[in-house]
Design a protein around this ligand. Structure first.
Ligand code: NDP
Ligand code: GDR
Length: 370
């Protein structure tokens, strides 16, 4: 029976990876931050009463900025595998919190690697580092593969660049089984609400149900290679089961503009959109609505651009080449973009229907527009 330690266990990937590893018979330890409210929504279904013996899902308080905490936990857990997923993961927010992002995402990675080294676990513990397609940043070549040069375009990406290289360096310097997964964007119903895909599927559901008037977005031209988180966490595990430690690109190989993702989300519930205008004046209107459940009239404006969501430096185009993962590890994604959008819309429509019932019953519900 193997033991895994997941930092960022309460995040999107942490939740899917926990489920996956538990299904493989692992004992899973997770790092969670102390918060003034419960922050374990995504893993609550895995929670086990701490008074029960032989638990296989155990959460520990900690923080990526606290070396002594990380060293102590790794010493106690003695993990076979560490998945370092914890990060301040929002690109736009990293422009507002650059120093903290560098500390948690960059130095945080060093703290994990060095804890393993200090504890003499180099030969026992394999380490997965959550690297990112944001490393490619300003387009150097398409599609982007393991050999494409990096050009990070945000404090987040620069911090992750440190994480990438310190992982490579510890592998080479201390012979550690430490690997980077360079993952392109991956989404799901568990995606954080302020990332663009989830912001869109939540808003499309709320607009359809009459709970929200309009969706405001930033750059509609940005193109992303969107996959499903469930497919990507499987690959994280495969990376640590490989014969030797290497770095891997994980992507679908298809790219889609934000504008098209919006169209697909609305179409999923029978609402056809038409776009008019350009740049900051671009808007989308309802062209037709074939779903009798929704009272949307043709001509209703449902999308406008708000420049506050523009980034000081943007990553325009990401499209990944995962040939190495496919051919050497046999990784094949099960979801395409249509299936992803469909699952996210189904989830959010159900969630917002609950909100609507609550509102009808006289209870308050809230929606934040970030
Ligand atoms: P999320 O933002 O959903 O989850 C991030 C996790 O990190 C949360 O559990 C969060 O805790 C935790 N965390 C943040 N800061 C700290 C800290 N200082 N100490 C301890 N824990 C912390 O991210 P995803 O699940 O989407 O992504 C997982 C990892 O993969 C991240 O490192 C991300 O940068 C990277 N990545 C993600 C991609 C994607 O498309 N999703 C693509 C490529 C890389 P809390 O719940 O308390 O906020
Ligand atoms: P990204 O994801 O920056 O690629 O980072 P995000 O969903 O935030 O943005 C994708 C693209 O959409 C554009 N965009 C908007 N983005 C947000 N969040 N909100 C908006 O209103 C909006 N309007 C347009 C953005 O400008 C961008 O071009 C994600 C994170 O998960 C990182 O942690 C991870 O490393 C990368 O994916 C790969």
């Amino acid at each position: 029976m193997k033991t895994a330690f997941i930092t960022g266990v309460t995040g999107q990937d942490g939740a899917y990876l926990s489920e996956f590893l538990l299904s493989k018979g692992y004992i899973v330890h997770g790092l969670k931050r102390r918060a003034s409210l419960f922050n374990t929504d995504r893993v609550d279904h895995l929670y086990q009463d701490p008074h029960v013996e032989n638990r296989n899902f155990i959460l520990h308080y900690g923080d990526m900025t606290d070396s002594t905490n990380l060293i102590r936990l790794i010493q106690v857990i003695q993990p076979d595998e560490i998945y370092n997923l914890a990060a301040m993961s929002h690109v736009q927010v990293s422009f507002e919190t650059p120093e903290y992002t560098g500390n948690a995402d960059g130095l945080g990675t060093l703290r994990i690697l060095d804890a393993v080294r200090l504890l003499g676990l180099e030969n026992k513990t394999r380490i997965y580092q959550a690297s990112t397609s944001e490393l490619y940043g300003k387009v150097q070549e398409v599609p982007q593969s393991e050999t494409t040069p990096f050009y990070p375009r945000s404090p987040y990406a620069v911090a992750k660049m440190y994480g990438y290289w310190i992982t490579v360096n510890y592998r080479e310097a201390y012979n550690m089984f430490a690997c980077n997964g360079i993952l392109f964007n991956h989404e799901s119903p568990l995606r954080g609400e302020t990332f663009v895909t989830r912001k869109i599927t939540r808003a499309a559901s709320r607009i359809a149900l009459g709970l929200q008037e309009k969706l405001y977005l930033g750059n509609l031209d940005a193109q992303r290679d969107w996959g499903h988180a469930r497919d990507y966490v499987r690959m994280m595990w495969m990376i640590l089961q490989a014969d030797k430690p290497e770095d891997w690109v994980i992507a679908t190989g298809k790219t889609t503009p934000v504008r098209e993702f919006v169209r697909m989300a609305f179409a999923e519930v029978g609402i056809e959109l038409e776009y008019k205008g350009e740049g900051v004046n671009e808007k989308a209107y309802v062209k037709s609505c074939s779903n009798p459940e929704f009272q949307l009239k043709a001509g209703k404006e449902v999308l406008a651009v708000d420049p506050k969501y523009f980034r000081p430096t943007e990553v325009d185009l990401l499209i990944g080449d995962a040939t190495k993962a496919r051919t050497k590890l046999g990784w094949i994604p099960e979801y395409d973009l249509k299936a992803l959008v469909s699952e996210m819309m189904e989830w959010d429509v159900k969630l917002m229907q609950k909100d609507k019932h609550l509102q009808t019953g006289g209870y308050d519900t809230y929606n934040y527009y970030e």
